[in-house]
Design a protein around this ligand. Structure first.
Ligand SMILES: [Fe+2]
Ligand SMILES: [Fe+2]
Length: 271
């Protein structure tokens, strides 16, 4: 029986939740999942588990104490949030990777695949940071992420981060990107992207930097493997070349986006 890794990981609460499980717990969860899948495969058609519909997902909204668009740093997947270590005065991108970002394993895997398949420095770096804005906010994370990075990276990297969000919903067979089942689970099987996403897709599709954003989505697909552990160390050179670290520290450089970095540095500030 074939295992859809992304669905399996989604069923456990996402890559971050899986990263927190030990090997035994993972093996057990995998076994449960496979036997559920087997039951489903053998069940009569009308009892088979299906993807949720948009209406199913909407019906869940008022069953939670938080909204799905909230950033990973601000709400615990399970139990309570943790006390955070303070950030250094002159915080670097690496400090945020080590002390704050919540999507680290996923983006490392994505950048690792981009590196292994010989992609450009810009694409490797874009993959490395494409989802880190989800630490702060998940809704419209492509736009938030692009804005967060814009003062410190090239236009290609900014474009790739911004438009990967819209391109995810549109297959490109030639580039090797198919619509992922994970989105049927997350958005509902009958989901159609809203007009602003469709417009962003059409704009990006005809843009000279289209492939920068498209290749982020291609590398996104393969980056949900609970057994692959990638270290940030292999990207230090890429970061050095692609990211202009402000000398005052991220959050202190008085840039138009410094407050976004501060929001992640000090997420417990009540106002
Ligand atoms: Fe993303
Ligand atoms: Fe991603």
């Amino acid at each position: 029986m074939e295992l859809d890794r992304r669905l399996f990981i989604a069923s456990l609460g996402g890559a971050a939740a899986v990263a927190g499980m030990d090997h035994e717990a993972r093996a057990e969860a995998l076994e449960d999942y496979m036997s559920d899948q087997l039951e489903d495969a053998l069940a009569d058609d009308d009892t088979k588990r299906k993807f949720p519909t948009v209406a199913d997902l909407e019906a869940q909204i008022d069953t939670r104490g938080f909204r799905r668009g909230v950033g990973g740093l601000f709400v615990a997947g399970r139990g309570n949030v943790k006390k955070l270590p303070p950030m250094p005065d002159k915080a670097t991108l690496l400090d945020y990777f080590k002390l704050r970002f919540t999507t680290v394993n996923h983006v490392l895997q994505s950048a690792n695949r981009a590196m292994k398949t010989g992609m450009s420095d810009e694409i490797i770096f874009a993959c490395l940071v494409h989802d880190v804005s989800q630490t702060m906010i998940k809704v419209d994370h492509g736009w938030f992420g692009a804005q967060m990075f814009e003062p410190y990276v090239s236009p290609k990297v900014t474009f790739a981060i911004r438009y990967h969000q819209a391109l995810r919903f549109y297959p490109d067979h030639e580039a090797g990107y198919e619509y992922p089942d994970l989105y049927k689970t997350m958005f509902g099987e009958d989901y159609t992207p809203p007009p602003h996403i469709e417009a962003a897709y059409k704009y990006a599709r005809n843009h000279k930097m289209y492939m920068e954003a498209r290749l982020v989505t291609v590398n996104d697909l393969y980056a949900f493997d609970p057994n692959v552990k990638v270290s940030i160390d292999q990207f230090l050179d890429v970061i050095g070349r692609q990211f202009k670290q402000p000398k005052e520290g991220l959050g202190n450089d008085n840039s138009a986006v410094a407050h976004m970095w501060r929001a992640m540095a000090l997420p417990d500030s009540p106002l």
